[in-house]
Design a protein around this ligand. Structure first.
Ligand SMILES: [Zn+2]
Length: 196
């Protein structure tokens, strides 16, 4: 409690926030955040990926701040990821994408894209192609040394992408854990390889 009163920053290796998790209950406490509830089904999926990545990273000795969509305070971390799935109306006009606030995040964004593109068959939108990616509300609460990224893992409203993603949510977490461990140079989480 004291750190909150003093306004100090919390330090972890990695911060993982599950997009839209905890809403709408948390919206009233954070009126400054747009209370976006996400695409149909998105709120059920983001915590699965976040929990899978978190469990693996902790097993390999990393400290993880596992957060819902809305959280108080500020964090100092080596890397932060905000997990989402995109929605589109009409469906199938989107795909995977990456958002970030700083030019220094570009190398990390490129390396996630290269890794995910080995497996993800539906392509990517340009980085920061929406205001939600460019100006994500939680960027200001996180000081991320190596990367602060919003990761849209695919378009959940597109039937073909949904069908590809649905059995792979835990695998997505394993791939993310490998990526984060390698990115920050801690933990030696193994590459899960292709989903089996
Ligand atoms: Zn979302």
């Amino acid at each position: 409690m004291l750190h909150l009163l003093l306004g100090a920053t919390l330090a972890y290796d990695v911060l993982i926030s599950a997009g839209h998790e905890g809403r709408p209950a948390s919206c009233a406490r954070f009126p400054q955040h747009r209370c976006n509830l996400g695409a149909q089904g998105e709120r059920a999926w983001t915590p699965i990926v976040a929990d899978s990545a978190t469990q693996i990273l902790r097993r390999y000795g990393l400290t993880v701040a596992r957060l819902p969509a809305d959280f108080a305070g500020t964090y100092r971390v080596a890397a932060a990821v905000f997990i989402h799935f995109d929605g589109s109306n009409p469906p199938c006009r989107s795909s995977a994408s990456i958002g970030y606030p700083h030019a220094r995040d570009l190398a990390a964004a490129r390396s996630w894209r290269a890794l995910y593109a080995r497996y993800w068959p539906f392509g990517f939108q340009p980085d920061n192609f929406t205001a939600g990616l460019r100006e994500y509300y939680a960027y200001r609460q996180v000081d991320a040394r190596d990367a602060g990224l919003v990761l849209e893992l695919g378009e959940i409203t597109c039937p073909a992408q949904h069908a590809w993603l649905a059995p792979r949510l835990n695998w997505e977490g394993a791939l993310l854990a490998y990526y984060l461990s390698k990115l920050i140079g801690k933990g030696a989480v193994p590459d899960p390889g292709a989903f089996r």
